[in-house]
Design a protein around this ligand. Structure first.
Ligand SMILES: Cc1cc2nc3c(=O)[nH]c(=O)nc-3n(C[C@H](O)[C@H](O)[C@H](O)COP(=O)(O)OP(=O)(O)OC[C@H]3O[C@@H](n4cnc5c(N)ncnc54)[C@H](O)[C@@H]3O)c2cc1C
Length: 395
């Protein structure tokens, strides 16, 4: 049975990002295996469902990390900068406008198509000394003092540290008896790329519409990525609309911005739950990414949060001798570095969903007053901008 210092379960956005963050140590002495149930991917086929037709808003902190891990040069040319953000409430009287120049930066972040992130991450990972085990659905764990034995239908191997990056519907957590704190939003995100008659001018829109929150993220001059979170009871009907009816309905809810909505790509849908794992670490085990916390996509924070957790773990691995990897003392320090960030990011997303969820007139008037106040105060806008950039509350 082959033994590794680290076994990463899940070759999605987070698993591959961790591999890239460990590059120097991999080239020195670290032995790492990555396991996924998907078939072996190539650069244009079989990529994990992580790398589907969605796009991800990467904030400034994430871009900094992707640069540090030398991923950004492989990705930058496929990404579109977010230079302004507009927040609006359907039927409300006020909008909030944020400009990256006011925060002294060129862009709040970039929008990256997941498919290109997958290709960039895979091409980097394939050049590193890592063993990949694809087509392996992990079935069984045996925890021992010095290692964990991991078995799939095809392979059995062991690791000093197991990183669970197996996504939001982790069956492995259930097998390990790890409980989740779950909030069911009863919403489904409908995702499509929309061609518009007017250019987006690098503006990202966040709109709280009566039929659920909508984000339009700039992808290219006249194409934006729509993420529309509708009540699950309405999702099927909206998914079944013909393209023109879908464009009309979405455009109306979006307040007719960006001129005419001319064309839509194929639509996909994702049921939304906020899931927070009640345990993040055990001796020889750490949870990362959606497996640790799955967020509502309303503010585009899930992967950004996960990358900061990857940074905390990678920093710790870089400082730890191989023989001490996976010890509970090491993992508790990583947890301490992550959990405050995780708490505030989850709260930020929950408050956005709840705060804008009430659609009656009184709630709208209250919000209009609050948004007007917010828009006039550079202090509030500064704090919000720092969140949008992933720089936290007061650093
Ligand atoms: C509509 C939508 C829009 C979003 N927009 C944004 C955004 O703008 N910004 C942002 O920061 N975040 C966004 N997110 C969140 C982001 O997509 C997730 O945070 C990210 O995909 C999590 O990646 P992951 O690697 O943890 O999980 P996954 O992508 O689910 O990958 C998990 C991997 O584990 C593998 N696996 C699962 N079970 C097993 C098993 N038993 N054995 C072996 N392998 C297994 C799977 O095959 C998969 O490859 C959005 C999410 C949604 C749904």
């Amino acid at each position: 049975m082959k033994h590794y210092d680290i076994v990463i379960i899940g070759a999605g956005l987070v698993g591959y990002s961790l591999v890239a963050s460990l590059k120097d140590r991999l080239q020195a002495d670290l032995k790492v295996a990555v396991i996924d149930s998907i078939e072996a991917p190539t650069l244009d086929s079989n990529l994990s469902p992580s790398f589907d037709d969605r796009s991800t808003a990467l904030n400034a902190k994430s871009i900094q990390l992707l640069q540090q891990w030398q991923i950004w040069p492989h990705l930058k040319s496929y990404c579109c900068a977010i230079k302004q953000i507009e927040i609006s409430d359907q039927g409300g009287l006020k909008t909030i406008n944020l400009d990256s120049n006011d925060s002294g930066v060129d862009a709040f972040g970039y929008v990256a198509p997941n498919k290109f992130m997958g290709q960039a991450l895979l091409s980097i990972a394939q050049k590193l000394p890592v063993d990949f085990y694809y087509g392996c659905d992990i079935k069984c764990f045996k925890f021992q003092a010095e290692k964990v034995i991991v078995s799939s239908q095809l392979e059995t191997l062991s690791g000093s540290l197991i990183v669970l990056a197996d996504g939001g519907r982790s069956e492995i957590k259930t097998k390990l008896g790890i409980q989740d704190d779950v909030v069911d939003f009863s919403q489904t995100a409908i995702v499509a790329n929309i061609q518009t008659s007017l250019p987006n001018n690098h503006l990202a829109y966040e709109r709280f519409a009566d039929h659920g929150p909508m984000a339009m993220l700039p992808l290219s001059e006249k194409t934006s990525a729509l993420v529309w979170s509708v009540d699950t009871s309405q999702a099927k009907e909206i998914m079944e609309l013909d393209d023109q009816s879908f464009l009309n309905q979405a455009w109306q809810n979006f307040g007719g911005r960006l001129g005419q909505w001319q064309k839509t790509s194929k639509r996909s849908s994702y049921p939304l739950k906020r899931v927070k794992s009640e345990e993040m670490v055990r001796s020889r085990l750490i949870l990362l990414g959606n497996s640790a916390a799955t967020l509502h996509p309303v503010a585009g924070q899930g992967f950004n949060l996960a990358l900061r957790a990857v940074e905390a773990l990678a920093n710790s691995i870089h400082k730890t001798e191989s023989k001490h990897l996976g010890q509970l003392t090491q993992l508790l320090k990583v947890k301490a570095a992550i959990e405050n960030d995780q708490h505030w990011t989850i709260r930020f997303c929950d408050e956005l969903v709840n705060g804008f969820g009430h659609r009656n007139l009184a709630a709208k008037l209250g919000r209009a007053a609050a948004m007007g106040l917010f828009d006039q105060h550079n202090n509030f806008k500064g704090i919000f901008s720092r969140y949008a950039m992933g720089l936290g509350r007061g650093q």
